[in-house]
Design a protein around this ligand. Structure first.
Ligand SMILES: *Cc1c(COP(=O)(O)O)cnc(C)c1O
Length: 407
């Protein structure tokens, strides 16, 4: 390997904190913590996926689609029924207009939609702006494009992690090409307020950037209103709104996502996407189309899921407080961020390796969602992310374990 030009994937490994000085690549903290949970039998509140599947009628719809529909490549933009269902969903929930033929693109989960959007609009010399902490795929994909990743810090306050308009204004430069927003926000559970979104939108307009918004938790909010940034004045024409069936319908394994935006922008994303995967998940696309159609069953499934997650949130937040953590009750998502400083732990990464032993619980340090070694990682060094999208039995077990921390 000596003398070899450094391969591009090193940038991805470095941006995600996985590249060791000797060139070896570490497992992600999620893999490490999940393995630890497996070895110790601890309740895994590290990895955020549901341990109960979505509704049976949608499983049946997927089986029926395999049986009755062609099992060949779906149309590159996605099956028409799903594109129509996405357009109807955007109209019904948010009053956003979408032409299913030119303004909706089906992707391999939200992840591919985000990747193709960043690749379509950013490259070497450009800057992509995200909130920090951020969902882990963002830094990786920005690094892959060769663009520079800049961030707006989120700071813990009484009402949750918030952003400051002055930080927003300071983060934009004349090289900013894409603003990547995420609300409801993973890992903090923040639902951005209209004021915060307005601060982002004003700068996006003033600097003429494309806005990409990851709204996969759009329906999983607890008393806060989810406002798509595309609904703000002047924003629809510069915004690519991304969501998926994974979180809303509890089918993360189906990997059916979508992008909605003006035809010119969607054309750019489609141009990239068609050469990444072309198209995937044909039969699941048909099932998700049924799921998005407002036939009452889906609406009642989603509102039941939201209410149940809300209760699970309250249960876990209460237990974390009793155990001596300082959690900030999330307004949305599967996750709660909790400060361990009051427990005498100022390094959450170390604490997370000890928690299975101490409390029979696995969490993930918030620093795993930050630029490695950066100022935000340092400021949130004592914070842990826990998920509550687990069965009541798993949560009970976790909460019993957490009580041991007190004694
Ligand atoms: C889970 C998640 C995704 C991935 O969505 P897929 O549809 O599974 O690709 C994207 N963004 C955030 C914030 C997530 O939590």
């Amino acid at each position: 390997m000596a003398g070899m030009v450094e391969p591009r994937w090193h940038d991805v490994a470095r941006a995600t904190g996985l590249l060791a000085p000797d060139g070896t690549v570490a497992a992600t903290i999620f893999a490490e913590m999940t393995a630890l949970a497996g070895r110790t039998g601890a309740a895994n509140l590290g990895q955020g996926f549901p341990d109960v599947d979505g509704p049976d009628f949608l499983k049946e719809a997927a089986v029926a689609a395999i049986r009755d529909e062609p099992n060949q490549y779906a149309p590159g933009s996605g099956v028409p029924a799903l594109r129509r269902a996405v357009a109807a969903h955007q109209q019904r929930h948010y009053g956003l207009q979408a032409d299913p033929d030119t303004e909706v693109l089906v992707t391999v989960g939200a992840t591919e939609g985000i990747a193709a959007s960043i690749m379509a609009f950013a490259g070497p010399g450009d800057e992509v702006l995200t909130l920090e902490p951020f969902y882990d795929s963002y830094a990786a994909i920005i690094a892959l494009t060769g663009a520079t990743h800049r961030t707006v810090p989120m700071r813990p306050a009484a009402g949750g992690f918030r952003i400051d308009p002055d930080d927003v204004a300071a983060a934009f430069t004349d090289r900013t090409r894409v603003l990547l927003v995420n609300s409801p926000h993973n890992p903090t559970g923040t639902v951005l307020s209209r004021e915060e979104l307005t601060a982002l939108a004003e700068q996006a307009t003033a600097n003429d950037v494309v806005v990409v918004t990851d709204e996969v938790y759009e329906h999983l909010t607890y008393g806060a209103e989810h406002i798509p940034i595309a609904t703000l004045p002047g924003m629809a024409e510069r915004t690519l709104t991304i969501s998926s069936a994974g979180k809303t319908l509890s089918f993360t394994g189906w990997k059916v996502g979508w992008v909605h935006g003006p035809a010119e922008l969607v054309t750019g994303v489609r141009t990239v996407k068609q050469f990444l995967t072309y198209v995937a998940s044909g039969p699941f696309q048909h099932a998700v189309a049924k799921g998005l159609d407002d036939d009452g069953r889906t609406a009642s499934y989603v509102s039941g899921l939201r209410d149940s997650l809300w209760q699970r949130r309250d249960f876990l937040v209460g237990a974390l407080e009793e155990a001596g953590f300082a959690p900030l009750a999330p307004q949305g998502t599967y996750f709660v961020a909790a400060d361990a400083a009051g427990l005498g732990h100022d390094d959450a990464a170390t604490l997370c390796r000890e928690l299975p032993e101490l409390a029979g619980v696995v969490g993930v340090p918030i620093s795993a969602f930050c630029t490695p070694g950066g100022a935000v990682a340092e400021s949130l060094r004592s914070w842990v992310r826990f998920t509550f999208v687990k069965s009541p039995e798993v949560l009970e077990r976790a909460v019993e374990g957490l009580q041991r921390l007190r004694t």
